[in-house]
Design a protein around this ligand. Structure first.
Ligand SMILES: Nc1ncnc2c1ncn2[C@@H]1O[C@H](COP(=O)(O)OP(=O)(O)OP(=O)(O)O)[C@@H](O)[C@H]1O
Ligand SMILES: Nc1ncnc2c1ncn2[C@@H]1O[C@H](COP(=O)(O)OP(=O)(O)OP(=O)(O)O)[C@@H](O)[C@H]1O
Ligand SMILES: [Mg+2]
Ligand SMILES: [Mg+2]
Lengths: 259, 259
């Protein structure tokens, strides 16, 4: 069956898009069929893969509007087994536009339910969320089996967690009982900083094993790869960034029971 | 007269809040009366100054609702001459709540116009914007004389600029003719990275002198200071972070014609 995972944190710039790209690629390299979905109107994931559709073309916007299926919207990437359902700036007005739709948080779930009955569906779907807890993020959570929260090992990281967990709990209770927090991914980690070590310690004492044991270290190769339209594995497979994301992909695969 | 400046970029985690805190402090230390306004429902600026109001108390939410004046909401900080109008999670629903208000983008402007006629108004108001181009950011732009855009010297920085400039142009044309882009502030800069140097070069070739000559270098002290409830100047006045923000404050003061 298809495992759908929200990569979510309302804090900006914590590595959601970087994690979706590279976790997706790592899982695909380990033999999984992976579909990435760009739910951010800023379309950075789509831009990073050089797959941003022209205005009006099939995109996550037309998917949510019900005008195209996930198959129509999905495109292959340069990584075998890795596809992307990209978006463009058409998604910018989506939260207002769909605000008065009945069941407005379930538009993505509907689109993905039809995916499971297609020929050769993905094993894993990763949802790249915008830095908000608005309608697009709620659509992600309603469509998901699992949640992974990327956090930076810095002060503001812990601030937003309480609010995010409250939203998860409400979605779980009112809209999607199968939703489960499956991982907290610490990123942009630099072990030389006292602050980084303190934040990781605090996360581990609060959340225990939910925190991935792998920490994604600060690695400039991760920031450079998208400017070449590549994941870390095509750009620099020998880098610390590649090693870290491979390790997280294994941990995640185990937690999800992926074959 | 009161100079109102939006610190805005829809990209997450580029240093908006860090810049508001530390530019505000630098200007106050140079003798300006400065008011910071936290327009982000995530309230990080308010948390950093340890001034987040309890739910229901005077806050930017009650300010925008018209229930309190800026004077009611503003509080002193530990820095002489620096005040903050803080917010709390009450602001989370604001964009939906005010969506059908007539002149919904002008709520902040109204509140600040009354400020100019009070006793001892601020010289400078800095507006900390959320990572979106929604109603809260539009309120900031409508209320502003000037715009400063913090950018990270990384790949996605340039991606969002076109869309942001388009929004500025539309606000200027339809709602606020005096709005002017007064600065692009490059932050989290590390000169050892080729990518950083290339991005700065590209920004300078596109925007010329609008780009501040001072670049804010990556400096862990800037990330640590808020966890102690301090600006960089109380936390480590000898740091590169303090030096860089003092330098930007001088450049900004010159551009705004501050005495
Ligand atoms: N481990 C890392 N080492 C170095 N740079 C990183 C790392 N992770 C992410 N970055 C860089 O940090 C910036 C922010 O990361 P990213 O865009 O993935 O965050 P995000 O959470 O998706 O942001 P947004 O909230 O705007 O969607 C990007 O320029 C990215 O390349
Ligand atoms: N020059 C710098 N050197 C080191 N760390 C920095 C620097 N500038 C900002 N940071 C850190 O980077 C993180 C993101 O910065 P900040 O919160 O100011 O960005 P933001 O644009 O306000 O984010 P958001 O979009 O979520 O509001 C914070 O943890 C901050 O302390
Ligand atoms: Mg992103
Ligand atoms: Mg901020």
């Amino acid at each position: 069956s298809v495992q759908v995972i929200s990569i979510i944190n309302q804090k900006g710039g914590v590595g959601k898009t970087t994690s979706v790209m590279n976790l997706g690629a790592a899982l695909a390299r380990a033999g999984q069929r992976v579909l990435l979905i760009d739910l951010d109107p800023q379309a950075h994931l789509s831009i990073a893969f050089n797959r941003m559709p022209d205005p009006g073309d099939p995109s996550v916007y037309t998917l949510l509007s019900g005008n195209h299926s996930a198959i129509d919207v999905a495109q292959p990437t340069n990584v075998k087994g890795l596809s992307i359902a990209p978006t463009n700036l058409d998604l910018t007005g989506a939260e207002q536009e769909f605000a008065s739709e009945i069941g407005r948080e379930t538009l993505l779930r509907d689109a993905l339910e039809r995916l499971a009955s297609t020929k050769g569906p993905p094993d894993v779907v990763l949802l790249d969320c915008p830095p908000t807890l608005g309608l697009l993020s709620l659509n992600a959570l309603c469509a998901s089996d699992a949640v992974v929260i990327p956090v930076q090992a810095e002060f503001f990281a812990l601030q937003g967690m309480a609010q995010l967990l409250d939203v998860l709990e409400r979605v779980q209770r009112r809209l999607n009982p199968r939703l489960e927090l499956r991982g907290i991914l610490v990123g942009m980690y630099s072990k030389q900083r006292n602050l980084s070590r303190e934040v990781v310690q605090e996360l581990r004492s609060h959340f225990g094993d939910v925190v991935f044991s792998t920490l994604i270290r600060i690695n400039v190769r991760l920031a450079e790869a998208p400017s070449h339209g590549m994941t870390i594995f095509e750009y620099d497979a020998a880098s610390a960034g590649a090693a870290d994301f491979s390790a997280v992909a294994s941990e995640l695969g185990e937690r999800l029971g992926l074959q």
